[in-house]
Design a binder for this molecule. Structure first.
Ligand code: KG4
Ligand code: ZN
Length: 337
């Protein structure tokens, strides 16, 4: 069995997965959304202190398995360094005490493996990763070869949902709030620019759209005065502009990539409006679409554990003392570290 730990942002999560069967034996997470909501986003120091309490709490349910562990896996990049550190410290302690190795896990590869929880892997696979920190199109050839084909030049999809929600005084996380409000709104009501529409660049950019939304909120009298109907219309119009942007760039990649299997992963992949748009695109291009169950779209240790099973098979485990939090730079196109 492998015990896995996830603390890269605002979820304290631990799982136990059986290596031979890939069965998820234990999984629990404590989300800090309510605590960060008042600030309209994640406050790293607060998140770190909450992990210090949350991780030992979720570890309790994994204790019956502790003597049967072959390795401990932990997210060590990318993420908030102060929160990653909480998970890495716990992982090192458990692995050292149990005299077992440690598997460092790249969080984005974990998201890709959310597709394979209690399942076999699918490859080759084209993956759109839309989370709070990243927007990337990735070609997954196999476990060792994952290449970024297009990446975000500024705000990620999840981040822009969060910032737009904050502008309208909706709370955090913004994604589910805006998706729900958008169902009550008219997506034609506000004219918003589709980013990089006329640019040949294979990249994603959302900061211009975010600023366009800011101007609309100001024109409606600001967060204090904007009406509920205007909020709903703006949510719907904003979501539509994001959809058109993602689809436009994805079409260009689909036209060049013969890979038949496509997936969307990451927190924002829980958005049913975006999922439906990609279902249609896949039909148009004859691709099969895959998604993770909704409960595994946002950060969780189950996906980290599933990745760790393959890492273990590839002998990617190390002495616990040699593993640290890695300070990952925002990556441009190229190999996913
Ligand atoms: O993958 P995740 O849990 O954390 C990171 O790795 O960043 O993603 C969290 C992000 C947040 O920005 C949140 O607003 C967004 O995912 N999100 C959504 C939805 N549910 C969560 N965005 C759009 N629509 C949703 N339904
Ligand atoms: Zn994530």
């Amino acid at each position: 069995m492998i015990l896995s730990i996830e603390s890269s942002c605002d979820d304290s999560s631990i799982a136990v997965t059986e290596i031979a069967t890939k069965k998820l034996l234990y999984h629990r997470k404590i989300s800090q959304e309510a605590e960060h909501s008042v600030y309209g986003g994640v406050v790293p120091e607060l998140a770190s202190r909450l992990h210090a309490v949350g991780l030992p709490e979720v570890l309790k349910g994994a204790l019956p398995y502790i003597d049967r562990l072959k390795a401990v896996a932990v997210t060590n990049q990318p993420g908030l360094s102060v929160t990653l550190n909480e998970g890495v410290m716990m992982a090192k302690t458990i692995a050292s005490l149990q005299k077992i190795p440690l598997i460092p896990v790249h969080h984005l590869k974990g998201h890709i493996y959310s597709l394979f929880i209690e399942k076999e892997t699918i490859s080759p696979l084209l993956v759109l990763l839309i989370s709070g920190g990243h927007t990337q199109m990735i070609r997954v050839s196999d476990f060792e070869h994952m290449e970024i084909l297009a990446t975000s030049m500024d705000d990620s999809v999840g981040e822009s949902f969060d910032k737009v929600a904050k502008m309208m005084g909706l709370g955090y996380p913004g994604g589910p709030l805006i998706e729900a409000l958008a169902t009550q709104g008219d997506e034609q009501h506000f004219d918003l620019p589709v980013p990089l529409r006329n640019s040949p660049l294979l990249a994603f950019s959302l900061s211009g759209l975010k600023n366009a939304v800011r101007l609309k909120v100001e024109a409606c009298g600001g967060a204090q005065n904007i009406s509920m109907q205007e909020k709903a219309d703006l949510s719907a119009s904003f979501q539509k502009a994001i959809k058109l942007h993602l689809l436009q760039k994805s079409k260009k990649i689909f036209a060049k990539e013969p890979i038949k299997d496509f997936a969307i992963v990451g927190g924002a992949s829980a958005n049913l409006y975006l999922r439906a748009a990609y279902e249609n695109l896949c039909q148009e291009f004859g691709k099969t679409m895959h998604t993770a169950p909704l409960e595994y779209c946002s950060d969780n240790a189950a996906m980290i554990g599933r990745y760790a099973i393959d890492a273990f098979a590839y002998h990617q485990y190390f002495d616990p003392h040699s593993i640290h939090v890695e300070h990952t730079k925002k990556q441009q196109n190229g190999t996913l570290l």
